[in-house]
Design a protein around this ligand. Structure first.
Ligand SMILES: NC(=O)c1ccc[n+]([C@@H]2O[C@H](COP(=O)([O-])OP(=O)(O)OC[C@H]3O[C@@H](n4cnc5c(N)ncnc54)[C@H](OP(=O)(O)O)[C@@H]3O)[C@@H](O)[C@H]2O)c1
Length: 287
């Protein structure tokens, strides 16, 4: 099989796309702005990189993307939610398609829509539409909130969020990656969007209980107001009213969702929050 071009190769999802393809013996060209740091990340997490070539490049460097894409069969496309995300991803996809790459698997978001209240959701909508206008060979994966976000949300054994008693379709990034890997290995694009969730919607109280049981250390969920959350974020130098709005949506039940797309595509049920907490118990305990 031809190599797969992976943009966003070190991301929460991308790193598992690289290792999943490596496990499936598919060669990978992994783009990262820092190849040394990337290899350290994979080694620290014990993730396979057999057959993966790390290419140090910025996604905005289209000459570098064209060279990396030469001879690749397909591409996985992800980056960060910066204001120039649309231009960055669309230009990179154009360069890859010009080099003969396709199908494209795009990491999008469950809330992608032209009139979404979140900048990233509007950006993903625009990128999806641009990609769909360039090729019919695409899969737009729209995951819900990543379980891996919890690594930064559990602070001093407290989850302090303005999410009320709401539930969300939280999903393990490894299951998003497994879905992407299955589509890439089978070389069968969905030609549609797929909304990806975990096996059932859960509340932050349930999440705290799962981490408590896995680590033998009490972790509690303390619901707070949006203002209290914003004050805490500002103190951490991360102020963003958009993030607070996500938790308002959780509180209002907007993200209380379940789909069976992961199981339909991969043939395997996505991991539960309890399984995730057990797998990463050491990481939560060492915080
Ligand atoms: N977190 C969630 O709950 C969630 C839910 C739904 C959808 N999403 C979507 O998932 C995507 C990834 O989000 P994330 O926060 O999880 O990101 P992340 O893990 O921090 O990963 C970002 C990746 O993009 C790469 N990247 C960024 N700018 C780049 C550039 N200029 N050149 C080359 N590579 C670049 C980074 O590579 P290097 O740093 O190695 O260069 C890294 O691999 C976002 O678009 C987000 O909207 C996230």
């Amino acid at each position: 099989m031809k190599p797969v071009l992976v943009l966003g190769a070190t991301g929460k999802v991308g790193r598992h796309v690289v290792s999943g393809l490596a496990d499936a013996r598919v060669p990978v060209r992994a783009i990262t702005r820092d190849a040394t740091r990337a290899k350290e990340t994979f080694a620290a997490e014990n993730l396979s990189i057999a057959g993966a070539e790390f290419i140090q490049a910025d996604v905005r460097d289209l000459d570098a993307i064209r060279v990396a894409a030469e001879g690749c069969g397909q591409a996985y496309v992800a980056s960060s939610d910066v204001p120039e995300q649309v231009e960055m991803e669309v230009n990179a996809v154009k360069a890859a398609l010009e080099a003969g790459v396709g199908p494209i698997v795009k990491l999008s978001s469950c809330d992608a829509a032209p009139d979404a209240p979140f900048s990233w959701a509007r950006q993903h909508d625009e990128i999806e539409r641009e990609i769909s206008s360039l090729t019919t060979e695409f899969s737009h994966l729209r995951p819900h909130y990543f379980m891996q976000n919890l690594f930064t949300e559990v602070i001093d054994n407290v989850i302090y969020l303005p999410a009320g008693d709401g539930r969300l379709g939280i999903i393990d990034a490894r299951d998003i990656a497994a879905t992407a890997v299955k589509l890439l290995v089978d070389e069968t694009p969905l030609r549609r969007t797929a909304e990806l969730t975990g096996p059932e919607p859960v509340s932050f109280s349930r999440i705290a209980s799962a981490i408590t049981a896995a680590t033998n250390t009490e972790v509690v969920y303390e619901p707070c107001t949006e203002q209290e959350f914003l004050d805490r974020m500002t103190a951490r130098g991360q102020s963003s009213s958009e993030i607070a709005r996500v938790y308002r949506d959780v509180s209002d039940g907007v993200l209380d969702m379940h789909t069976d797309e992961v199981e339909k595509i991969t043939g395997r049920a996505p991991r539960t929050i309890e399984q995730f907490a057990l797998d990463y118990a050491e990481r939560f305990s060492s915080r």
